[in-house]
Design a protein around this ligand. Structure first.
Ligand SMILES: *[C@@H]1O[C@H](CO)[C@@H](O)[C@H](O)[C@H]1NC(C)=O
Ligand SMILES: *[C@@H]1O[C@H](CO)[C@@H](O)[C@H](O)[C@H]1NC(C)=O
Ligand SMILES: *[C@@H]1O[C@H](CO)[C@@H](O)[C@H](O)[C@H]1NC(C)=O
Ligand SMILES: *[C@@H]1O[C@H](CO)[C@@H](O)[C@H](O)[C@H]1NC(C)=O
Ligand SMILES: *[C@@H]1O[C@H](CO)[C@@H](O)[C@H](O)[C@H]1NC(C)=O
Ligand SMILES: *[C@@H]1O[C@H](CO)[C@@H](O)[C@H](O)[C@H]1NC(C)=O
Ligand SMILES: *[C@@H]1O[C@H](CO)[C@@H](O)[C@H](O)[C@H]1NC(C)=O
Length: 686
């Protein structure tokens, strides 16, 4: 009798077909008759019973809970579809309580390293978990059945929350639970490294996949639990080895699977990547290379990382902008003009930044005065602690600056104790800065006219006059070239610490000679000190300087300005008035009343008469500075004064004004000047 007679052909073919499908589709060894062993590298074709939030993702991950639903505690279960035989002797198949399983899992918390609540490998008499709750109950029990022996549940918990209620040791532990979440044994997550020969702790909530092995040997009644990071072979030493007789707890028919729960607000994605189970021997270890990958960039992680990156980039950009702006502002602030030709003046060239710091940023508090050429600031050089005066002269033209600087530097070589020493210069856009010795007592006019300074006695005044005269003589005759001052007046005479008079601002007027139309000539000076011939010639000479010095002498002796406004229209011309006094034979009446007659009569007469001599309208009639110093030093006798009043003249304020209006101004400086009797003016004309 052949086999074909016993079974019809169609039946055999159908059986073969079944076997082929079984082989080809590579359904993990799930046997219809004895389904007590299986291995799932990914769960796409797994025979699982899912409930709650549990689901199989498209790439085969078993996701028990998620981090999407955070307003309710989630519960999710996944059990092998069929119950397995555990505590039974009824069958001849030698069922045993022994089992072996291993699985790869991952806990990915919503907030890094804050887990909620955990998951558990579970052996349970039922896969119906209708009445359970989440949170710390892990979807295994509810508050009324927790701890009851009627549960018949064995669970290996992976607990990521610390619940004192169940005597948890920490928020990162593995526990053996029998009917209760109060673990019979528990250990902090760690693994024994075969290689290094020591325990290495693990963070269950790290989000990294980990491998857990659970083995129960019925003969030894020993339950061992072993943990390791994914990809590391099973450690030689288990995390826990618990002697336990499972026959006391497990029933004949039991379901195997996983339970997991989250809390509200604290949630995790609980994943199982692969699972191997065997009731008839050692479970094969999972092939980690075949496991589905975890979702790579999780949204919750991505946002902070992206935000941090954006923030860092934004902060860096802002910092770059700020430093760039600061750098540009700083450069702008300290910017100066320096050209090749200036190299030879190196030692005389000051760095703007130093001048800026010396004058505390040209603070108004450091302002010493404002004259016809610009403002003067006091300063202390940071490097040497030397006191300086910095004059800020505005100049617009680039043209001619080279000649002017050359001249200024050459004037810097002038050395006389009655001249204010020029130390150097600095150039900026539209600005020239001249650095002088600091004169602690300020200008002479303050002593003569303002009450804030003490009155000067005759001895001091006479010494100042003689000093200034010798300074001017040095400029006129003792230097390699003739230097005209062109703006001698009380406010340009400065007093040093010993009250010596020193001429300042010499040569400055030349700034307006250079750099403008060469066809234009200029008259620079101050009304009352301007010689009458300037109206015609517009050329400064030593004689015009002498004229100004004469006015200055009378000013010091009489304590009056060369031209004084009296009432609205009337002007008192000092020269005329002194001359009147002299003609009446009472020249001493012209002396400064503040002196109260305390002067050397001969010296006073000498100064007043010499002042008149210098104020003659004929330039040739005036003495030279050498003669002036000789007279003042008593080395020569003063010639007689001419008798006619018409011999004396000055460039009166209103004349100057008419003069100004009559000549088209090219530089614009003069026409804008208000003709107060103390301001320097610039008159230009063709
Ligand atoms: C969140 O979970 C609760 C309880 O399980 C459920 O009623 C609700 O529909 C879920 N919400 C979402 C968005 O899944
Ligand atoms: C689960 O058990 C409950 C009673 O506890 C029952 O109402 C429900 O129908 C059961 N569900 C399934 C799927 O058997
Ligand atoms: C707890 O679960 C049991 C069944 O497992 C059910 O009978 C009981 O009513 C539940 N208790 C609560 C408070 O939900
Ligand atoms: C846990 O159970 C042990 C006995 O198994 C008991 O001594 C202990 O008090 C319990 N702890 C808690 C917090 O219930
Ligand atoms: C490693 O941990 C186990 C159990 O947690 C412990 O028994 C063992 O002594 C530890 N070994 C070392 C080397 O720390
Ligand atoms: C397990 O089986 C043994 C032997 O048949 C029996 O004595 C024990 O009561 C069973 N355990 C449970 C919890 O039913
Ligand atoms: C179960 O154990 C038996 C005996 O060691 C072995 O032949 C079989 O491959 C194992 N199956 C699985 C799925 O681990």
């Amino acid at each position: 009798m052949s086999l074909f007679q016993l079974f019809p052909m169609a039946t055999i073919l159908r059986s073969l077909h079944f076997l082929i499908i079984l082989y080809v589709s590579n359904i993990p060894l799930a046997f219809a008759q004895n389904e007590n062993q299986f291995i799932y590298n990914g769960f796409l074709q797994a025979k699982l019973h899912l409930d709650g939030s549990a689901k199989i993702t498209s790439n085969g991950l078993l996701q028990l809970t998620n981090t999407v639903n955070i307003s309710y505690p989630q519960v999710g279960h996944a059990f092998f579809q069929f119950p397995l035989k555990f505590n039974t002797t009824s069958s001849g198949l030698s069922p045993s309580l022994s089992f072996s399983t291993n699985f790869v899992f991952a806990v990915v918390p919503q907030v890094p390293n804050v887990g909620g609540h955990g998951m558990a490998f579970t052996i349970s008499p039922s896969s119906n978990f209708t009445n359970v709750v989440g949170n710390q109950y892990l979807g295994l029990f509810n508050s009324s059945n927790e701890g009851l022996t009627s549960n018949h549940i064995l669970a290996i918990e992976l607990d990521t929350a610390l619940n004192p209620e169940f005597g948890d040791i920490d928020k990162n532990h593995v526990g053996i639970d029998v009917n209760s979440l109060n673990s019979t044994d528990s250990a902090s997550a760690m693994y024994f490294s075969n290689k290094e020969g020591k325990n290495i702790s693990l963070g269950l909530t790290s989000g990294n996949p980990m491998h857990l092995w659970i083995d129960y040997d019925e003969a030894e009644k020993l339950l061992s639990v072993t943990l390791a990071p994914k990809g590391i072979p099973k450690p030689n030493r288990p995390l826990m080895s618990k002697p336990i007789d499972l026959s006391q707890y497990l029933l004949e028919s039991m379901y195997v699977g996983f339970s997991s729960a989250t809390g509200t607000l604290v949630t995790s994605d609980h994943y199982v990547l692969g699972w191997s189970f065997n009731k008839s021997g050692q479970a094969q270890s999972l092939d980690v290379s075949k496991l589905p990958p975890l979702p790579q960039q999780r949204k919750t992680k991505e946002i902070p990382v992206l935000m941090i990156m954006v923030l860092v980039i934004a902060v860096i950009l802002v910092l770059i902008t700020i430093t760039g702006a600061a750098y540009i502002i700083r450069r702008k602030k300290y910017e100066e003009i320096r050209e090749d030709w200036e190299r030879e003046y190196g030692p005389h060239r000051f760095i703007y930044k130093n001048l800026y710091k010396a004058t505390k940023g040209f603070l108004d508090k450091e302002l010493l005065g404002a004259g016809g050429f610009g403002k003067v600031y006091r300063g202390i050089l940071p490097s040497s602690n030397i006191q300086i005066a910095v004059k800020k002269v505005s100049h617009d033209s680039k043209q001619g600056i080279k000649e002017f600087v050359a001249e200024i530097i050459s004037l810097g070589r002038l050395r006389h104790r009655n001249l204010v020493q020029l130390l150097g210069y600095c150039r900026r856009q539209g600005e020239l800065l001249l650095v002088y010795d600091y004169m602690p007592n300020g200008s002479l006019d303050k002593f003569l006219y303002s009450n804030e300074k003490p009155n000067l006695n005759w001895l001091q005044r006479f010494r100042i006059l003689r000093g200034v005269a010798s300074g001017l003589l040095y400029l006129h005759e003792d230097w390699e070239q003739v230097v005209l001052h062109r703006d001698i007046k009380a406010s340009n005479v400065l007093l040093d610490a010993e009250l010596n008079g020193r001429l300042g601002d010499f040569g400055l007027s030349r700034l307006y000679d250079h750099g403008t139309n060469p066809q234009t000539t200029h008259v620079v000076g101050t009304v009352g000190y301007l010689a009458p011939e300037l109206t015609r010639t517009r050329r400064a000479t030593t004689c015009t300087d002498v004229f100004a010095f004469g006015a200055f002498m009378l000013e010091v002796a009489c304590g009056r300005r060369p031209v004084e406004q009296q009432g609205l229209t009337e002007e008192v011309i000092l020269v005329d008035w002194v001359f009147e006094c002299w003609r009446k034979g009472s020249i001493l009446d012209a002396s400064d009343p503040r002196l109260e007659g305390n002067y050397v009569v001969e010296e006073m007469k000498l100064v007043l008469k010499l002042g008149l001599l210098c104020s003659q309208s004929m330039p040739a009639a005036r003495p030279s500075m050498r003669q002036v110093t000789q007279f003042l030093d008593g080395n020569a006798n003063l010639p007689e004064l001419p008798n006619e009043g018409g011999c004396f003249g000055t460039f009166k304020g209103n004349e100057a004004f008419d003069f100004l209006l009559s000549i088209p101004s090219t530089s614009g400086k003069g026409s804008a000047a208000s003709l107060s009797s103390t301001d320097s003016i610039l008159i230009s004309g063709r």
